[in-house]
Write a protein that binds this ligand. Structure first.
Ligand SMILES: Cc1cc2nc3c(=O)[nH]c(=O)nc-3n(C[C@H](O)[C@H](O)[C@H](O)COP(=O)(O)OP(=O)(O)OC[C@H]3O[C@@H](n4cnc5c(N)ncnc54)[C@H](O)[C@@H]3O)c2cc1C
Length: 452
């Protein structure tokens, strides 16, 4: 039986990120991943000049830890084309450009004039500092009904594929909720935050980030593959752990009823439900807590057409579709415009996301029906002619955890378990934030706690 400083369970971004940070700091770390391929939700298909992302498309350069990890792995980020700054909204049967700054916001047709005036009153709305609140209720109260349904509706669709009336603003958008709490107003808080960030950058406490969308030449899979390779024989893929049992001085790790390793520290970077199950008797009380974190089914349906078969110039990131406006998918990303090097120059790659809270049965559709739902509406909207020459489909069951009201209590329950078992840590997008930046930021927190 082998002994390690740290065992990480789960080879998605969270687990690989934590293991990589610890490995680079000299920890004897082992990682167990149940699937044959590393990456979890990250999956990049590379074939015939295409890089097709079957999970996340990229990350926004906002968290220094991500850029640091990429460069420490010897990788060079692929920066998205400038077109990615332009995004649209599908509303009332057509596309409307989303404003990118204050001036374009004032001119934009995305909101009526009255809604812009209402937004301007935000600073005068009294602050509410108690209780968890839904995103929709919070945004309506602070910013007005139109902003809540249109802008926040789009944001929640784009990030969570979720229902703004169910998600908790304090868990899903903690920074915004914090601005109200600390400064009495979201706008005052945002301005204070921007000023502080500027000061921290000028005085060397924070590194400047570009805010641009990034990936890697071979897709995000370059990141996860490189970490798995870096871990060498301490990356154990293809077989999951069945149980983890505290032994007084650390953890015993079980596969097929046998102890395969022990470790002083244990990082559970698997979905919360799986983490609770793995802990057996000592995780029993976490099972109902984890079960109350729903996950949305999501499908990524990507098609490639010859460039001359698409009339629209596709000079933007793509669009998010507001719910109940006649367009079933959540949105379309113009992948070949965002990262031109990831498609052959004579081809167009369009990535359609479909599913989410309002469309839970989407994963039951067969490939043909999925393609019809995703690509059919693009004929009129973008002037796409005929069927794609190639198609890639991935169904991600429970793909995006939903931080519904009560999520803060769920985090507290998992935090309490960490306190009870020093050396135990939870990572991953079930609890502390969805997305590349959030899970890697949490990976750094966990790695720092282990290497005090
Ligand atoms: C379709 C889609 C598009 C997305 N787009 C973006 C985007 O563009 N930008 C962005 O920032 N984020 C995006 N996200 C979110 C982002 O991908 C996730 O938040 C992130 O990848 C989660 O990483 P994770 O490690 O927490 O979880 P996972 O990737 O789910 O990893 C968990 C791992 O644990 C393993 N595991 C489970 N049980 C066991 C066990 N018993 N033993 C061993 N291993 C086990 C699983 O096999 C899995 O590999 C997207 C998500 C989806 C689904």
């Amino acid at each position: 039986m082998e002994t390690f400083d740290t065992a990480v369970v789960g080879g998605g971004l969270a687990g690989l990120g934590t293991a990589s940070l610890l490995h680079q700091r000299g920890d004897n770390v082992v990682l167990f991943e149940k699937e044959n391929e590393p990456g979890g939700k990250v999956r990049s298909v590379r074939e015939d000049g295409f890089v097709v992302e079957m999970g996340p498309l990229g990350w926004l350069d906002r968290e220094p830890v991500v850029g640091d990890m990429v460069s420490n792995l010897g990788l060079t980020p692929l920066i998205a084309d400038d077109v990615q700054k332009d995004r649209s909204l599908y509303k009332d049967g057509g596309l409307i450009a989303l404003p990118s700054d204050g001036k374009s916001f004032l001119m934009s047709k995305v909101l009526p004039f009255s809604a812009k005036l209402r937004l301007g009153c935000e600073m005068f709305i009294p602050a509410k500092r108690d209780g968890e609140e839904s995103i929709h209720s919070w945004a309506t109260r602070r910013l007005g009904r139109h902003v809540a349904t249109t802008l926040f509706g789009a944001m929640v669709s784009g990030i969570y594929g979720g229902d703004p009336e169910k998600l908790s603003v304090h868990a899903a958008f903690p920074m915004m909720a914090g601005w109200e709490f600390e400064s009495g107003s979201c706008m005052r808080g945002a301005m204070k935050h921007i000023r502080k960030k500027g000061r921290d950058i000028r005085e060397g406490r924070l590194r400047k980030t570009s805010g641009t969308l990034c990936s890697l030449p071979g897709g995000l899979g370059d990141f996860t593959d490189t970490i798995a390779a870096q871990l060498g024989s301490n990356y154990r893929g293809g077989k999951g752990l069945d149980e983890v049992v505290p032994n007084g001085d650390g953890w015993d790790l079980y596969q097929d009823g046998e102890i395969v390793a022990t470790a002083k520290n244990l990082v559970l970077a698997v979905p919360a439900r799986e983490a609770a199950r793995l802990m057996g008797v000592v995780g029993k009380d976490l099972v109902p807590v984890a079960d109350s974190i729903p996950g949305n089914n999501l499908c990524v349906v990507t098609g490639a057409w010859r460039r001359d078969k698409v009339k629209d110039a596709l000079r933007s990131f793509g669009f998010i579709a507001l719910r109940n406006h006649g367009f079933r998918p959540l949105g379309v990303q113009y992948a070949s415009s965002i990262f031109p090097d990831q498609s052959p120059s004579d081809m167009v790659q369009l990535r359609v996301l479909i599913g989410g809270s309002f469309d839970p049965d989407v994963a039951d559709l067969n490939d043909q029906d999925l393609e019809a739902e995703c690509f059919g509406p693009l004929h009129d909207l973008l002037g796409v002619q005929g069927d794609p020459e190639r198609t890639w489909i991935r169904r991600v069951a429970g793909g995006i955890p939903q931080y519904t009201i009560g999520h803060l209590d769920r985090i507290a329950a998992f935090d309490a378990k960490e306190k009870l078992y020093p050396g135990l840590h939870f990572a991953g997008d079930s609890l502390h934030g969805v997305g590349v930046n959030a899970v890697l930021k949490r990976a750094l927190v966990v790695a720092d706690r282990i290497r005090v």
